[in-house]
Design a protein. Structure first.
Lengths: 250, 109
């Protein structure tokens, strides 16, 4: 097929998807998070500008990696000339939560072609995960999971990239001491709240929070791994302790 | 690091984050997984979120805050209270950040 007509077809397809009600719903529910994502992206962009890696490389990394907390975590390592494997190991520790997200997403998307699953995976983030699971706690065949995911994820992607590139280009012109980044932390706090479904999720959150603070001195952001492991261990034990009839099996 | 090193580092980071995101999405068959791990993994997402947020609120330069007059903690409490009241994401962000800024610039904390 000649290139122009392929573009025309893609454009028509994109237009059609963007008119679907579930896509609109996802986009609408992604919008309230935009203020937190924009603030956080701006702070991440300024941090990248200050690291001295240059505008082009900073934008390259932001578009390709698209993982704010990993990017912020590796900046001091890159600035101090740490070995590449340390940077990668840190990235892995910060990104392990995505493995858990993908585990929860699988039932909703397993029927799609593999390339589509890979594309959806790239768009995975904290914000759209929390909103998605809040909206679809259980897989129900026939629900418009993919449209909702795309609506929410594309809004997040657009806002994030716009904010981080603004931060990279404006650089030190934006004072971070104003506490802009706190809006990003509040956004994550709000997302955490959406996941508090039961008493045991409360305990898991508290266990993880304490573990992450207590293990903060560990290198390569291993404190996040420790926190997840502690909460998963708690979850296993809590389920064991329940009487047989009340066990959680999904 | 040289620009080439940063370029290669970024490529590696992109591959690592994408593989993490796609870990359970890519296989055609469900990966074999013991039931106990399935149960435990239900708590992994909320644990990860809490683990990222908590140090941001109570640590300064890697040390636990040693004063109760910390604007971040009261900002977070205000945000939590707002969520408990209205379940609004936008409101939680605005309320928490607003209280933090008011305490920092109004009360000088």
């Amino acid at each position: 097929m000649p290139l122009p007509s392929r573009f025309a077809r893609l454009r028509a397809q994109a237009l059609e998807i963007s008119r679907r009600p579930a896509f609109r719903e996802g986009a609408r529910e992604g919008v309230p998070m935009a203020i937190g994502i924009a603030a956080w992206g701006l702070v991440a962009g300024v941090a990248m500008a200050k690291s001295g890696m240059g505008v082009a490389l900073a934008i390259f990394m932001s578009v390709l990696v698209y993982a704010g907390s990993a990017q912020i975590a590796v900046l001091p390592l890159i600035a101090s000339g740490a070995p590449m494997w340390v940077v990668w190991a840190t990235t892995l520790c910060v990104s392990l939560r995505f493995v858990a997200f993908s585990f929860h997403y699988r039932p909703y998307f397993a029927h799609l072609p593999r390339r589509r699953r890979l594309a959806l995976s790239f768009l995975m983030g904290d914000s759209n995960f929390a909103l998605f699971i809040h909206r679809f706690p259980q897989f129900v065949a026939g629900d418009r999971h993919q449209d909702y995911f795309l609506g929410c994820a594309l809004v997040t992607f657009g806002v994030w990239q716009l904010a981080i590139i603004t931060g990279i280009v404006a650089g030190t012109g934006i004072p971070t001491s104003w506490g802009v980044g706190f809006a990003g932390t509040m956004a994550l706090l709000a997302l955490t709240c959406t996941q508090l479904r039961s008493a045991s999720t409360w305990v898991a959150a508290v266990v993880a929070a304490c573990a992450a603070v207590a293990a903060y001195a560990l290198p390569m952001k291993l404190n996040i791994v420790v926190a997840i492991a502690a909460a998963v261990a708690f979850g296993v034990l809590a389920n064991r302790a329940r009487p047989d009839g009340a066990k959680v099996n999904k | 690091m040289s620009p080439l090193d940063i370029f290669l580092t970024s490529l590696g980071m992109a591959v690592i984050t994408l593989l993490c995101r796609a870990f359970f999405m890519l296989p055609e068959q469900d990966l074999p997984m013991p039931q106990w791990l399935r149960e435990g993994l239900r708590y992994a997402p909320i644990a990860a979120l809490a683990a990222v947020v908590a140090p941001e609120l109570v640590l300064t330069q890697g040390h636990l805050v040693d004063t109760w007059r910390d604007a971040r903690i009261f900002g977070a409490l205000a945000g939590l209270a707002f969520y408990a009241w209205k379940q609004s994401l936008f409101g939680t962000i605005v309320c928490g950040t607003g209280v933090m800024l008011a305490l920092r610039f109004g009360a000088g904390w």
